[in-house]
Ligand binder design. Sequence first.
Ligand code: ARG
Length: 462
Amino acid sequence: MEKMWSGRFQEGASSLLDEFNASIMFDRRLYKEDIEGSIAHAQMLRKQGIVTLEECDAMINGLQQVLEEIETGVFIWNIADEDLHMAIEKRLTALIGESGGKLHTARSRNDQVAVDFRRYVIRKNLEIAALIKSLMEVIVSMAARHTDTLIPGMTHLQHAQPINFAFHLLAYAAMFERDIERFRQSARRNNISPLGCAALAGTPHNIDRNMTAQALGFEGVSTNCLDTVSDRDFALEMLFNIATMMMHISRLSEELVMWSSYEFGFVELSDAYATGSSIMPQKKNPDVPELLRGKTGRVNGNLISLLTVMKGLPLAYNKDTQEDKEGVFDSIDTAELSLQILREALATMQVKTDAMQRACKIGHLSATDLADYLVVHCNIPFRTAHFITGKAVARAEELGIDISDLSFEELHRIDARIDESVMPKLQLNHSMNARISQGGTATVRTLEQLIYFERYLKELEL
Ligand code: ARG
């Protein structure tokens, strides 16, 4: 088959080259952006007197027919056409004849692919932000039911201080809020048009870049054509945004895996989002959170791949850049599916508050409260208070009980300055509600956070 660029070539392409060089198998996903870009370009060429009204009309009608052929599945995607840009132009010319060949005036595939890919990525930034929003809604409404549910707060995966479960969930709401904002900012920052940069240096034709930018929904026009045709920062940002968001999902997934073990027993995933074992009939495995954790590795890889592709490229466009798309598509697909399944798994998950409460009785969670009591009530320096508390912990261990269950007599024997007023302070609920500093776990503070996130979600327009 004759190539569109074959004017200077004497021999035909090898079939291996076709396979190696082509991007049509994956860039066909950009067909809509490509056709819209071509329509905007044709209208601009007409307005600037570069093509006639008849030619412009023919191009637009032809492009609309190509769009329909693609959407109804009758369009023939052929690897020998190399990429979607050439496949569409070739079909257009077959449909409308000579004037199809005028569409590429003042344009190159370099600015064309930059337009298509950039618009696709910008759109996906906002679609992913909307999916995070609906995940956040589930998390926040679950939090609303658990502002009094005690759970051991941990550092180093060791029991540390009692917190409420809503407070724990809202930590993830905070992460997902940052993610949403990151996706929105990327969409805004990168919304400038590459169209009209042509191959690298601009064009001698009297084009109007603002007109096409506006028609395609861009906020403005890029500044330097040489940069624009090889700039893939928008794609890297997308990959970074996804990797960071998936890292958050992975951390939550790790907790879900632990929480659904017998050792924790804090949650039970619904049967619809867990799987069985092929050999052990009793098992219910948390495959969904495990896979979410695993897929995070793969989106991290996509980010590193594109950074590596880009790092050695001289200006301007190089074919290496064609390697930008598959990783981005894969990360986007992975992110979209992950967000939806995590949302469902959380919405249908059973929270076992009794097990959470029981776990709070392990590990002397209110030990810090005894130290704080000694500081405030007995005017003892914190270092000394820490030491005295250590002795109380040792005594509780000796008796095989939690510090919150030590009797007044025991405590008084450890340090005579301790009086009866210590008793309520060591209760777990009291301990949680004592952490009343701004952003802390006390139920009143958690409720403030809850209101903050509820308002954020309500006012968020995407
Ligand atoms: N398929 C190419 C890509 O994805 C389109 C741009 C090709 N430009 C070129 N000068 N060969 O990057």
